[in-house]
Design a protein. Sequence first.
Lengths: 154, 183
Amino acid sequence: MLVLLEEAGSPVACAVRPWDRLWARLRAFRLDSDLADGASPEASVALALRARMLVRTRHRRDLAVGADRVLAAAMQPAYARRLPVPVCRDRVRDCSEEFGELIRRLRAAGPVPVRGLAKAGVLLADASGPLYYRASADDLRARVCDAADALIVA
Amino acid sequence: MAERTGRMPAGDVALREVAPVRVAELTATAVSYRPEDIGAVIGPLYSELLRRLAAAGVAPAGGPAIAYYSDPACPSDAVIVHAGIPVAAGPQPGGGFSVVDLPAIRPAAVIIHRGGRRDVRQSLWDLAGWIEDHGYLAVGYHREVYLDHDPDDAGRVVTELQVGVTPTAGRGACSARSAGPGR
């Protein structure tokens, strides 16, 4: 398997070794954070592998299902117990429309930028973020809008 | 020794909390996170750490040695190797080592690896596969807790590999609930 990296402005084919795959899996959250912050998938083998995983249909569907569950848990207490980690339900309720838009964009047909998928993934998985952590000073609505906007193809 | 302590058998992955622990440690930079590169620096680190602890009159607290990893200041393939030994003592100015309080990991996916560092890949693959299959993302580098070793045979080591994980929310396969502060 080969991935394309960018070196000095030119594409370079780079062979993927088994260790690279393991590295990308063990560093998944960090790589997602880097991609969400704007790192290029062509910057390293690990980022390229992780980006390839993020754009898979199954992963995108999982993100949509995850966001859907968070929204359902916020709106209906019975669903809250089904989440592995409790969410700040009031915050989610306050931006339920934006959450709905994020879910729609995750479920929409056609390709989306990997950065948007990474932002959505970090939002849903970051235990120290505003979705889960009451003391987080981040604005959940802004984070949701940011992820949804990043899913639009420029 | 590990078997007698009632820990899980090799190959099984479990999800649990890892308690905080205070360690005395030395650090060095490995060329990469690959086992062979880490192995080249971690042995000498422990030898030197034990020598400095003895020189400072600091006795190990008795728990197993713990190694962990962090990123260097400048992003690269290199990784900072932290070789730690649990201690009860506080910082020892001039001792030539650091005293660090390692935070708890809540939760961690853990697996027992039996064998040398060269064989650790398979256990890490098993751990990575379990993490994905159960709806989690790995957060950061793993910790290694050396439960047992044979000083005459480097290949006869029992190591617990611990990786901090976070639920992906989309999969929800986890039955353990984190002590998250959300409401």
